[in-house]
Design a protein around this ligand. Structure first.
Ligand code: ADP
Ligand code: MG
Length: 386
């Protein structure tokens, strides 16, 4: 049949050629519906994806491709109506094959008009994106697992640091109690009891923080006040640092808000600060900087308004030779039991997920600065729960 047609050029591309082109497409189901939703044409892709041959499909109503749930809520009708009203309707969801199995479909319905502008039918294009959806689900499951693994590691680190603090608090409580048992001076007794109470309350607060962190689950993204989050996170993380270390805050007021999962940002900060602690051998000052910045492609090709959060240390620095591997999962230069190599891969994954990036500035012996770039979001704060 091909040989009877003239070679294709725009001037000879007639309806018949289009028909053949559409017929030959196998990756997309392309078919026409009449305005009432009955199938009037059917291509090879439709036969492959839905399992009906053209002879069986033509004349069927499109609702046969929908699941019972969707039919119950009249979804096929609503999609048709929208396409007729607005010229186009799109949808993503489960559809049925002839054999009753389901596939995840991406659907576009376009209204087709004649020269007088009257609707003569609807063109429907369906793609089977089940594989893509499954890959996304696997990816989400992996991210959730990594988050969990990371949390366990971070909990280990935090409780290690806190055990030390608890010991100090217990020492305060025990010695105050001992002194009190030997004293008859009411003023002295009152002050010792105050000490005991303050130390007890601090211990209780530490446990509460640790439990909050232990319970935290990946959450859906929402608009987050970064100033608030940084203040809360650092006061918590400071407890996990040895007393020979301090965090200096250089945080601008009025940071843009960012659409993200706050538990992931907490974790990223914890990872960066614990790395700084390790690099500095557990003493000195870590600086936490944060400011707004407009980017025009100079950082990782990013454009727009961003919040930059930097963790700056004066530690051992990073050997340029290992820079390319820094964000790999399980890459660590620390000994067994000291590092898992999961920290920076979490930071990296989180930053990309949020639509930003991480940058490293460092050289051996000169300390390191790790910068998180997170895109500002100016949406309404309707769902901004902390
Ligand atoms: N602030 C830093 N200073 C020096 N080296 C760092 C710093 N942050 C990360 N690194 C290097 O990157 C490696 C990977 O870090 P990370 O993914 O957090 O894993 P881990 O801390 O468990 O080793 C570390 O082992 C270390 O060699
Ligand atoms: Mg780490």
């Amino acid at each position: 049949m091909n040989s009877q047609l003239a070679p294709l050029s725009s001037s000879t591309l007639n309806e018949r050629h289009y028909e053949m082109l559409v017929q030959a497409v196998v990756d997309y189901a392309i078919y026409m519906l009449d305005p009432a939703g009955y199938v009037v044409s059917w291509n090879a892709g439709a036969a492959r994806i839905k399992g009906y041959e053209a002879g069986e499909a033509i004349g069927l109503h499109l609702s046969v491709f929908y699941t019972d749930e969707d039919r119950r809520i009249d979804k096929p009708r609503h999609l048709l109506d929208r396409a007729l009203r607005e010229g186009r309707a799109q949808d993503e969801g489960w559809r049925l094959r002839k054999d009753g199995t389901r596939f995840w479909a991406l659907v576009v319905i376009d209204a087709i008009r004649n020269e007088q502008g009257e609707i003569i039918g609807l063109a429907k294009i369906t793609r089977d994106i089940t594989d893509r959806r499954e890959a996304e689900e696997r990816y989400d499951a992996l991210r959730a697992q990594l988050f969990q693994a990371q949390k366990l590691e971070a909990l280990g680190q935090l409780s290690g640091g806190m055990a030390h603090d608890f010991n100090n608090l217990l020492t305060i409580i025990l010695s105050a109690a001992k002194l009190a048992s030997r004293s008859n001076d009411p003023a002295r007794l009152a002050s010792l009891l105050d000490n005991i109470q303050a130390a007890g309350e601090r211990g209780a607060q530490m446990t509460r923080n640790l439990l909050t962190f232990a319970r935290c689950e990946p959450k859906p993204n929402h608009l987050v006040d970064i100033n608030q989050l940084l203040a809360a996170a650092t006061s918590f993380i400071t407890q996990a640092l040895p007393q020979t270390m301090t965090i200096e805050m250089q945080v601008d007021d009025g940071l843009h808000r960012v659409q993200l999962d706050p538990s992931e940002l907490d974790m990223a900060l914890l990872n960066l600060i614990l790395n700084a602690r390790d690099a500095m051998g557990g003493r000195g000052t870590i600086t936490l900087q944060a400011s707004n910045r407009r980017l025009a492609g100079e950082v990782d090709g990013l454009h727009g308004e961003f919040v930059v959060i930097a963790v700056v240390d004066q530690g051992c620095g990073i050997d340029p030779a290992i820079l390319p591997r820094l964000f790999e999962p399980f890459f660590t230069t620390k000994g067994i039991g000291k590092g898992t190599g999961l920290g920076l891969s979490q930071v990296y994954g989180f930053a990309r997920q949020a639509g930003g990036c991480v940058q490293v500035e460092s050289s051996t012996g000169r300390g390191a600065t790790l910068k998180l770039y997170l895109p500002a979001s100016f949406g309404r704060a309707t769902d901004a729960q902390a």
